[in-house]
Ligand binder design. Sequence first.
Ligand code: HAM
Length: 422
Amino acid sequence: MQLLPGFRDFYPEDCARRNYILSRWREVARRYGFSEYDGPILEPIELYKKKSGGELLGQLFDFVDKGGRHVAMRPEMTPSLARMVATRERDFKKPLKWFCLPQFFRYEKQQRGRLREFYQLNCDIIGEPSPAADAEMLAILIDMLRSFGLTKEHFVVRVSDRNAWTQFALKRSVPEDRVLDFLAVIDKLERSSPEQIRPKLAEFGVTLEDVESFLRNPEAEAAGLRALTDDLRARGLDGFVELDLTIVRGLAYYTGFVFEVFDRNKTERALAGGGRYDNLLSLMSDGKVNLTALGFGMGDVVLQNLIQDTPPAREQMERWIADHHAADLFLVLANEERRPDALRILQSLRDAGYRVDYSLAPAKIGKQFQQAEQRGASIAILLGEEWPALKLKRLATREEWTVAQDTLCAEISRALPARTTS
Ligand code: HAM
C-alpha cells in the first residue's frame, strides 16, 4: 500500500524532528506571553469560501459528510480564529496574544517545501492597532527562527504594505471590486516571466514599466514602517528586516502591512507569511465585533529543509533529539535470579522521574552494557557480585563506584546533571 502523494509517515526519527520544531515553537511563544488555543480539523466549506479566498479555494480537501454538510479539512487557521474570537469577544482582555500548532491540509502540487499535509505555527495579536503590535509580531517571528540556531545570514523578513498597491491600482482607475485580482497578479510577479505578466497587467490597464518604476520608487506611506524599524532596532533585531513591495500575499483578508520570510539564498519557498487583517472579525460578526488583528503562519516543511541545510542549526537539532531520547540509567542484571530486585529498583527510579531502561530478555553482561551505550545512558547500575550493594558505572568515563541500595536515589541525583531540556 502506497502513501498518498504529499502525506508523510512519521517514523520515530521523523517524529523526533517534528517534536523538536513543535517544542521550540511552544517555548518561544510562551516567552512572548502567547496563550495556546486550537480549533476543529473540519469546518463548513463556506468558512473558507467567504474568508480565505485566493488560491486556497482550489486546494481544499472537501467532501459531503453523512449529514449532507459540505465540509473541508482545515487548510489554515485564520478564519476559525476570527470566528472563535468574535463569538466570545467579551470574555477576553485585549489585546489577545494567541498561538496554535495545527496540522493543515491543502491539495497542492507536491514539490520541495510543499506537501498536502503540514504543521503550521500561528501567532496572532487581536485588538491592538498600533505599530508596536506589528513590531512585536516580527520580533516573535524572528526569535522563533533564531531559536533554531538560524541567524540573519540564513533568513530575511521582507515587509510590505498592501495599501500601497491598492492606492496604486485605484489611482490607475482599476475598479474597486477588481483590486484583489490585481493584487493576485502582483503576488505572482517574482515567479513569472515578463511575457506572462504583461498581458495580465494589461487587463487592468497597467504596464510592467509602471509597476517596475513603482517598485524602485514606492509612493508607499513609509511612516508606519519607520516606527516598526525603530522598535526592532531598539531590540537589536532590525537587521533581519527589509522593505520589499513585491510581497502582497495570496489570501483575501489582508488589509495593509504584510510580510514573508525567505531563506537568504532563496532556494526554498517562503518559510512564513502573514500580516494585518483588520476587517476579518467585523466581517465574521456582521459588524458586531470591530477588532483589528495581525498574525503569521510558519510551516514545518520549509523550516526543516533549512535546518537540515544549515550545519549549526542541524547540530543543535541533533543534540536536542539525542538528549530527549537518551536514557539516564540502565540496569544491568548479572544474575537472572535477581530480576525481581531489578524490577523493584527500576520502578522506584522511574517513579522518581528518571528515564530507566533494561534488557527485557536475559542477556550476557557485555551485551547489556552495549545496550546501555546504545540507549545513550549516562550511568549503568549493576546488580552483580557486590549484591546487596550496587555498582554504578559512568559510561562516558568508565568511572566505577559502589553504593548501598538505600542511598541509590540520593547518589543518582548527585551524579546525574539536572535536565535542562524542555
Ligand atoms: P500561508 O502563506 O498560506 O499563510 O502559509 C504560511 C506558511 O505555511 C508558508 O509560508 C509555508 O511555510 C507554510 N505552508 C503553506 N502551504 C504549505 C504546504 N502546502 N506545504 C508545506 N508548508 C506550507 C496562512 O496560512 C495564513 N493563515 C497565516 C496567517 C496567520 N496570517 C495571519 N495569521
